[in-house]
Design a protein around this ligand. Structure first.
Ligand SMILES: Cc1ncc(COP(=O)(O)O)c(C=O)c1O
Length: 378
């Protein structure tokens, strides 16, 4: 069966006692033992065990061609759990452009000497080759496409290099989703998602996920870490996430198609200095993106506005359809002046606007941007 069929039917699961087609929500935090003390239902306590999590995890693992998946309370909870499993002072390589809170958190870990952090330019394999320390580099973090610049990293080439020196490759695939990219098939060891974004897709659940290529010792440590820290979402949120994932293969390609249109319209506008989208032929990562992504290039488009920060902020204020709000991956389109959100340490250019493209009519979105850019020019 194709992934879209598996997603639409949530793997075809039918609730065994009632034969319900829609999965049940299990709010119970505890599960009864048998007289011999065993757990015949396979669950004991809700901090990491719940049939509703397991269903959502099973769907995601299948869509990612993974051995297993785990849900977390947020994308950051998933990401930080991976880092917690490393030995003290492990050498970690991460990209210069990535989700800003993750980079900030890695820097804080490094300042506390919990890890030895090295940042390299996104997708620069020569820089990665120079940065790796055989026997000491434990983890190479990849984010592709990267938030908010859409920089692309070659997952297969990165994995080949990292595996030669025994390092694990983790890909934050939030912007790609399994509809566009399956990093495990390209050699990644772990994939991380902010499921808050397109996996859920409706801007009403905070969730994260990890999926693994192998159920190995590192995966056991991740599972233990989740159990101990209780970094898990509620069963209702897990159920909403499962419902969201069932329409993934309708929503994600539709948003990507509109994003491509919007990126092309932006590229032609005289007020736009640069339209940043991996689907544009002149994007520096376009050739790699074409190789490792399918069904389009994601829902995130950024652009640099002529006239700097003031002009960029005028565009935001004049948009009618795009909502001025942070986050991405919902069915409604959002815009934000990214540097303002990231704060004084932001490395994002002050003239950059980040757009998250939803499922509205693509011409409506493009027209809205054109009218706002025209007015910013006045
Ligand atoms: C690429 C990326 N990774 C991770 C995160 C963090 O996810 P969450 O907000 O679910 O903790 C975000 C959030 O915006 C993101 O865009």
């Amino acid at each position: 069966m194709k992934p879209s069929t598996l997603a639409a039917q949530a793997l075809g699961w039918i609730e065994p006692s009632t034969r319900s087609v829609t999965p049940a929500i299990y709010p119970s935090t505890t599960f009864e033992r048998a007289p011999d003390g065993s757990y015949p239902g396979g669950h004991s306590y809700g901090r990491d065990q719940n049939p509703t999590y397991r269903q959502a995890e099973a769907v995601l693992a299948r869509l990612e061609s993974a051995a297993s998946a785990l849900l977390f309370a947020s994308g950051m909870a998933a990401a930080t759990t991976v880092l917690e499993t490393l030995a003290p002072d492990a050498h970690v390589i991460a990209p210069e452009q990535m989700y800003w809170a993750m980079r900030l958190w890695l820097r804080q870990l490094s300042e506390r000497r919990r890890i030895d952090l090295e940042l390299v330019p996104n997708g620069d394999l020569d820089a990665l080759r120079r940065a790796v320390k055989p026997g000491r580099t434990r983890l190479v973090w990849v984010e592709t496409p990267a938030n908010p610049t859409c920089a692309i990293t070659d997952i297969a080439a990165t994995a080949e290099l990292a595996h030669k020196i025994g390092a694990v490759v983790v890909v934050d695939s939030t912007l790609a989703t399994p509809v566009h990219c399956r990093p495990i098939e390209l050699g990644a060891d772990l994939v991380m998602h902010s499921a808050t974004k397109q996996l859920n897709g409706h801007t009403d659940v905070l969730a994260g996920a990890l999926v693994t290529a192998r159920e190995d010792e590192m995966w056991d440590r991740i599972k233990r870490e989740r159990r101990m820290r209780g970094a898990i979402l509620g069963s209702f949120e897990a159920w909403l996430l499962l419902r969201g994932m069932r329409t993934l293969f309708l929503r994600v390609p539709a948003s990507a198609q509109s994003a491509q249109h919007v990126a092309e319209v932006l590229q032609r506008h005289s007020m736009v200095a640069q339209s940043l989208y991996p689907g544009l032929p002149d994007h520096p990562g376009h050739a790699i993106a074409r190789r490792q992504m399918q069904n389009g290039f994601g829902a995130l488009v950024s652009c640099r506005v002529r006239g700097g920060e003031a002009a960029a902020k005028r565009v935001v204020a004049t948009l009618q359809i795009f909502k001025n709000a942070t986050s991405l991956g919902g069915i409604e389109s959002l815009v934000e002046h990214r540097a303002a959100v990231e704060g004084p340490d932001s490395q994002v250019p002050r003239d950059l606007l980040r757009l998250s493209i939803g499922i509205e009519d693509a011409d409506d979105l493009a027209d809205d941007l054109v009218q706002a850019l025209d007015k910013a020019n006045d």
